[in-house]
Design a protein around this ligand. Structure first.
Ligand SMILES: O=C1OCCC/C1=C\Nc1ccccc1
Length: 470
């Protein structure tokens, strides 16, 4: 049995049908990202919520009975809007009489703009528009992961442009390490897919399934490579580390292979093992055109360690200068830094690499907790507010403007999102918009999904403009 939509909400919502003014026929609400950490937001993830929870026949007799029993116990007898849900079952066949209009997924929207609106399509169901708030506001997570991931793409692109021959490696420069640090398999899947809107590199396998199942991404949304973890190295014991490393080169002799090398002493691993006892085996990969050996430090100050690993390997295997005059390791050698990577730490690492004349192209970043978990609803200040209602046939613009925080001022009236003369997205309020110019489209109506965005088109919309030309 799918989740019960009647129970997928906050307790206070359950009695709100008794709290609106008598004669309320329409409640029209909107969702926005007021921003905070970043000045623009990638809109992504609503389709997942719609498909998973709202589309189709979601109200049944069983679910009404189940909910009635829970609410009578939870809130007190007779408070649950049983009649209201029975009306939806009988009049609408269990489909939700709602209209949701949203900006196309992948669109980049400056903060403080309407991203989607929700309204009831049946005047008797005025109480439903905000009953589904909790579920819909959970879009803050994919939207914020996607935005945070994309902001990191901008930083990496900047340093790649300055230090690399091309941006060809960009889609693979930030690798999702976040599965274990996620709060659930589902959030890892949703967050991981959000990252893959911007990149093609991930170890979060559930994300691949989410992109396929909910955004029609038949071709795998992200790639990875054979990689060691500490256990597969330390199981050989410290004296056997060289054998563990050699085994990696033999087991994965053709494609790329990554090997965590800091179990005991990363410096000796680079100097005496990779650059010493195993040097010929490593260089042989180059001669055979095999994929690179990717050496992985995993501790210490990231900027310091990355540069010192590059310097050590460069001294052993030699370097060349690329078209930007920065040093490159031989094609058969690369480095991945998967510890301590976040939006906040990237620049310092790449500045230090530049200062030591290393191209960013030598490196890939892995990010876990910071990529999928160290965010919250206020990172981009996502909120859902009612802006318009119809009471006894009369439309009324609604807003809040708390004297204690005018930053929470909400938008008034019916909203549309339009491109202004300068091509910037702006929100028209109080019904002043031109419906033909509204960028928002109806994605859901009366139980039906009206737009089914593909991951491919979402990625295209979310591209970073100044990179498109390259
Ligand atoms: O360390 C890790 O922690 C968490 C998940 C993955 C992971 C490493 N993976 C990897 C993939 C490709 C190249 C290098 C490493």
């Amino acid at each position: 049995m799918a989740t019960n939509i009647l129970l997928t909400t906050d307790s206070y919502k359950v009695t709100h049908h008794l709290q609106y003014p008598p004669g309320t026929e329409l409640v029209y609400s909107y969702f926005e990202s007021r921003g905070g950490k970043f000045s623009e937001t990638v809109f992504f993830g609503l389709q997942y919520i719609l498909k998973k929870h709202l589309v189709g026949v979601v109200v049944t007799r069983e679910k009404i009975e189940e909910a009635a029993a829970v609410m009578d116990a939870h809130l007190g007898p007779g408070l649950f809007n049983k009649k209201g849900w029975e009306y939806i079952l009988e009049k609408h066949g269990g489909r939700l009489p709602l209209r949701i209009r949203a900006v196309p997924e992948g669109t980049i929207v400056p903060n403080k703009n309407v991203l989607f609106t929700v309204e009831n399509t049946d005047p008797n169901c005025f109480w439903l528009s905000n009953y589904v708030e909790g579920l819909l506001v959970q879009v803050w997570y994919p939207l914020t992961v996607c935005t945070n991931s994309r902001e990191q793409k901008k930083i990496i692109a900047k340093y790649l442009s300055e230090t690399a021959d091309s941006l060809d490696g960009l889609p693979f420069k930030l690798h999702d390490f976040g599965f274990r640090g996620s709060t659930s398999v589902e959030s890892a899947a949703v967050g991981g897919a959000s990252h893959l809107v911007n990149f093609r590199s991930s170890d979060t396998i559930p994300a691949l399934i989410m992109a396929k199942d909910y955004y029609g991404q038949e071709e795998v949304a992200g790639v990875s490579i054979p990689a060691a973890e500490h256990s597969t190295i330390t199981a050989w014991t410290q004296s056997g580390e060289v054998d563990a490393f050699r085994n990696m080169l033999i087991q994965f002799k053709d494609g790329a292979v990554a090997c965590v090398s800091d179990s005991y002493n990363i410096w000796e691993a680079c100097e005496k093992l990779w650059g010493g006892e195993l040097k010929d085996l490593v260089m042989d990969r180059g001669k055979r055109g095999a994929g690179p050996l990717v050496i992985r430090p995993d501790s210490g100050d990231p900027a310091t360690v990355v540069v010192k690993v590059l310097d050590t390997l460069g001294a052993k295997f030699g370097t060349t200068r690329n078209s930007k005059g920065y040093k490159m390791l031989p094609d058969y050698l690369r480095v991945i830094q998967g510890d301590g990577i976040s939006y906040e730490s990237l620049s310092a690492i790449m500045e230090h690499m530049k200062a030591n004349q290393w191209s960013i192209d030598n490196l890939t970043f892995g990010s876990g907790g910071a990529l999928l978990q160290r965010l919250h609803r206020d990172t981009q200040k996502c909120a859902y507010k009612c802006s318009y209602a119809i009471i006894n046939g009369k439309g009324v613009d609604i807003f809040k403007d708390p004297v204690t925080d005018h930053g929470k001022l909400s938008k008034k009236g019916k909203l549309s999102l339009e491109l202004d003369e300068g091509g910037k997205l702006v929100t028209r309020t109080q019904g002043t918009g031109d419906p033909h110019k509204d960028v928002m489209v109806t994605v859901f109506e009366n139980g039906e999904l009206l737009k089914d965005y593909s991951f491919k088109e979402v990625r295209a919309r979310a591209e970073i403009p100044q990179l498109k030309s390259k």
